[in-house]
Structure formats: C-alpha cells, structure tokens
Write a protein that binds this ligand. Structure first.
Ligand SMILES: [Zn+2]
Length: 114
C-alpha cells in the first residue's frame, strides 16, 4: 500500500502549491500576519475590515474597508465551503500596483498583461 501513500502525498503537495487564501475572523489584528490568510476584523456578524498580506510577495499589508458608510468599500462573502470572496477587485495604487480578485479563496490576477 506504499504506492497509495505516495500518491496521496503527491496530491497534497500539489494542493499545497496552490495559492488558496483562507479566512480568519478576529476582533483585533494579530501582530504577526500569516500569508495566504484574509483577516476579517469585527464582532460576530458585524465586520468592518478585511486585512491580508499582498499576494504578490511584496509583504505589504492591505486593508479593505467593509463598512458601507466609508469609501472605498469592499464586500466579503463567505461561502458554504468556507472560502471567501472579496468584491470588487483589490488594486494597489502604490507600491507593487497589484490588481487582483479574491474569489472563493483563489487569487485571480488582473494585471498580468503588464
Ligand atoms: Zn504586492
């Protein structure tokens, strides 16, 4: 049955390479942010901010406002499979200028033609 274990490990390693973001709900932002994680800051169902480390690798911390009375505003949708979608796209005007969409935990780049 060794071969079965090998195939399983190979599948896991493939899966691990995929840049899939998970989300964590928190009342306060931790000091050390983990990569591939979107932090949803708020209390219970009341969320005010989504924070993540830029997926391009530049290590910048990105803050997305989720409150409807401030602009710009993003919407965080949590799906049944515990993945997260952010709407609209995130577009950094400074630094790395990354432009991407977080859809069901996956990063979809919008500026790959540059
Ligand atoms: Zn970046």
């Amino acid at each position: 049955m060794k071969w079965l274990t090998n195939i399983w490990e190979w599948l896991i390693s493939l899966f691990g390479k995929e840049r899939k973001f998970r989300y964590v709900k928190a009342e306060e932002l931790p000091d050390d942010l983990e990569a591939n994680t979107v932090y949803l800051l708020g209390e219970a169902e009341y969320l005010w901010s989504a924070v993540m480390i830029c997926p391009c690798g530049c290590n910048a911390t990105l803050h997305m406002n989720l409150l409807s009375d401030a602009k710009p505003q993003w919407t965080a949708t949590i799906h049944d499979d515990r993945t997260l979608t952010l709407h609209p796209s995130v577009w950094r005007k400074i630094g790395c200028r990354s432009h991407f969409i977080v859809r069901r935990g996956r990063i979809i780049w919008c500026n790959e033609e540059i």
